[in-house]
Ligand binder design. Structure first.
Ligand code: NAP
Length: 338
């Protein structure tokens, strides 16, 4: 089953209170160029990840998440090239027409939007360090600006206010349309939001680990803080690094770092949930376990960014758009993953 809903029929949403609009499911590109965790260059190659980009783009997925850290810059290089090589609708609004002011920039519904991230190494303490890192990302991407620039992790050596001050500088320099954070707890998220608001800049998003296999944002107040503040929760590892795709289980364990995070005991605990995913999918035209798991995140009004290594995975994941689980199905999944 490669598609379920009509992904093109899914309305776009705003990232936080910004004017950046995207479909509420993106594509994560950590595995593009990463050999250590994901096996890039060994189990899959550049041609396959270009296929993932093309399938997502063709299915109407607009948000592409990368980071300077992914594959040591390789993910950004690949994403930038794939965007340049992608067929775009003619005229204003294609990815070739990003020039112009930040206000009212023409961006058509299908334009790929790029989100990347600053890594707060302990020696990067000045605002100028963030701008320099962002310019490095832009060079690798081949873009004049990105759509979302995020702080990858909080870093205790600097106050939240000092860090988001640097983000505001990136907006003022015209290098990003919007700014976000990642892995911020509820208290720091609120501080970041208010510090930016004082400068008239909305905090677009907080990107955190959230899935049916990891529901901590519901317990630690992060999901509620995002709702209170109008900040979009971008859900990373939304398929539990592959666990929720139906491929893995106690008898078919993951290997490497993924195997350490989701060991045999955890997979055994998850068994009732993993069995329910295809059953619930059957009521939606045979939706795959991945599509059901991603749809659950859409029902929580978050933006999942599943990773995909090839066209088949990307196309299937995009099929989570254009339909919704019923309230009863969401409640069943809540119970089974509690
Ligand atoms: N901000 C942060 O700190 C942070 C941290 C982690 C991730 N992220 C972001 O979130 C994105 C997604 O997270 P993730 O890559 O960790 O995990 P994920 O999206 O939960 O899982 C992705 C993996 O699942 C498998 N898969 C995906 N779709 C599939 C399908 N339809 N059928 C079968 N298998 C499928 C693939 O691996 P196999 O084929 O090998 O099983 C794929 O690489 C990342 O790419 C990155 O952009 C951000």
């Amino acid at each position: 089953m490669e598609t379920t809903g009509d992904s093109h029929a899914e309305a776009t949403i705003r990232l936080g209170q910004t004017d950046v609009r995207c479909r509420p499911l993106g594509l994560g590109t950590w595995s593009w160029g990463d050999r250590l965790v994901w096996g890039y260059g060994r189990d899959y190659d550049e041609g396959e990840v270009q296929g993932a980009f093309q399938a997502s783009h063709a299915a109407g997925v607009t948000l592409f998440d990368t980071a300077e850290m992914y594959g040591n810059g390789q993910s950004e290089r690949l994403l930038g090239r794939f965007i340049r090589e992608a067929p775009g609708p003619p005229g204003p609004g294609t990815h070739d027409s990003r020039e112009g002011g930040l206000e009212g920039t023409a961006v058509s519904a299908g334009t790929p939007l790029v989100a990347t991230k600053f890594f707060p190494f302990p020696w990067r303490l000045r605002g100028a360090d963030l701008i320099k890192a962002l310019r490095g990302s832009l060079k690798r991407l081949g873009l004049e600006r990105v759509d979302l620039y995020q702080i990858h992790w909080p870093m205790p050596l600097l106050t939240v206010e000092a860090r988001v001050d640097a983000l505001a500088g990136a907006v003022a320099a015209g290098l990003t349309r919007a700014v976000g954070v990642s892995n911020y707890n509820a208290a720091d998220l609120r501080r970041a939001h208010y510090a930016l608001a004082r400068r008239g800049i909305p905090l677009a998003s907080n990107q955190v680990h959230y899935s049916l296999a990891y529901r901590r944002p519901e317990r630690d107040g992060v999901l509620q803080a995002c709702r209170d503040l109008g900040v979009t929760l971008i859900a990373y590892s939304p398929l539990g690094m592959g666990v929720l795709t139906g491929k893995y289980g106690p008898d078919r364990p993951l290997s490497g770092m993924r195997g350490r995070r989701f060991g045999k005991q955890r997979l055994t605990e998850l068994r009732p949930l993993l069995q329910a995913l295809p059953q619930i999918g059957a009521a939606h035209g045979g939706a795959s376990p991945s599509q059901v798991a991603l749809n659950w995140l859409l029902c929580k009004e978050t933006v999942p960014i599943p990773g995909a290594k090839n066209a088949r995975q990307a196309q299937q994941n995009a099929g989570a758009l254009g339909w919704r689980l019923t309230a009863e199905e969401v409640a069943t999944l809540d119970r089974l993953s509690a």
